[in-house]
Design a protein around this ligand. Structure first.
Ligand code: PBG
Length: 333
């Protein structure tokens, strides 16, 4: 609410401060910077591979030798954090998801490689079983049910392996109950006191994740949907309960996901909890903007920067976005 009722016209002419670039910049209430962006990157096995993801124009799966220079370039543009998503070889996807906590799996090798070459760049990971699961779900499936507590045990192992590998930030994206507390307890017990958790706390069962599932190779495998663990898009109170719960269990930061259709929740989380708040501008949001820009229906750069700035206005401290390097380059002028 404005602290003061504005004067009446013509004493007040709100257009006075919109007249020039200089005046508009001077009174801008929010700004977007490269340091606000987390870059999600898809990784794969092999060498010298940059494999385009068809449903995400401009995004490619990178082999680890290609990841390092890409991360270096992003870091030099001011991006502080990169988030890794593995495309697991199809043969390593099983019912029990053992590859998820293999210390030598693709993600854990990528973490070590990045921390060796770019120690100043924060490495974030995703904790969920879907890239390792024969059926594409985030949890272990028994007779059609995604079983909670057994999944949490698997997630804890996965978190421990990532912490051992040197991850700075763990991102549980699975939406099982009790996982934040269990992971936090295991990290404390294992001497990983300083590993941060950015919880995918308000994560909705969304149609906007489609292109991501292509990118990690889970789309063709997914049996059914994720509605028994991800939140119903109709529910706001429930999402805020999830945020409160995850903070109580030891999350350092929280996320709202997807982003653009859920800005009301970003604002509610920031105002209600006053904690570091992030949004994930997900694959479907990226694909929509890129498709429209690619057809000449939108000014792609302007729409991209506007969409990211609006997350800041909605209360987000930062945004996970596939646009991160492109936006950072534009912001650097
Ligand atoms: C997996 C995970 C998903 C995303 C991030 N982690 C997909 C899902 O829940 O099905 C989506 C990211 C995106 O769409 O960009 N747990």
């Amino acid at each position: 609410m404005p602290p003061h009722r504005p004067a009446a016209f013509p004493a007040a002419r709100l257009r006075r401060l919109r007249r020039t670039n200089a005046l508009r910049d001077l009174v801008a209430e929010h700004r977007l910077g490269a340091a606000d962006l987390i870059w999600p990157v898809f990784i794969r096995e092999g060498e010298r591979i940059e494999e385009p993801v068809p449903s995400m124009p401009g995004v490619a799966r990178l082999s680890l030798d290609m990841l390092v220079p890409a991360a270096e370039a992003a870091h030099s543009l001011g991006i502080t954090t990169i988030c890794l998503f593995p495309y697991t070889d199809q043969g390593l996807r099983t019912e029990h998801c053992e590859e998820a906590w293999n210390p030598e799996n693709l993600t854990n090798r990528a973490i070590r490689r990045l921390k060796e070459t770019l120690p100043g760049l924060s490495v974030m990971t995703d904790i969920a079983l879907d890239p390792y699961n024969a059926n594409g779900h985030d949890g272990i499936v028994r007779e059609g049910e995604i079983v909670n507590d057994e999944t949490v045990e698997a997630l804890v192992r996965m978190a421990q392996a990532q912490a051992e590998a040197g991850a700075d930030i763990l991102g549980p994206s699975d939406m099982m109950d009790g996982r934040i507390g269990a992971i936090r307890q295991a990290l404390e017990a294992g001497g990983h006191h300083n590993v941060a958790i950015l919880s995918y706390a308000a994560k909705f069962a969304s149609a906007f994740y489609g292109p991501f599932r292509d990118a990690v190779g889970a789309a063709g495998r997914l049996v059914g949907d994720k509605k028994t663990y991800q939140i119903n898009p109709a529910n706001r109170d429930e999402a805020l309960r999830c945020v409160a719960r995850d903070l109580d269990e030891g999350a350092d930061m929280v996320m709202v996901k997807p982003g653009m259709p859920y800005l009301d929740l970003c604002r509610a989380v920031k105002d209600g909890f006053g904690v570091p708040t992030f949004a994930y501008q997900v694959s479907g949001e990226y694909a929509m903007l890129q498709a429209a820009a690619g057809n000449g229906w939108l000014d792609g750069e302007a729409a991209m920067l506007e969409s990211l700035l609006c997350f800041r206005r909605a209360g987000c401290d930062g945004i996970l976005t596939y646009f991160a390097p492109r936006a950072a380059r534009l912001l650097a002028g």
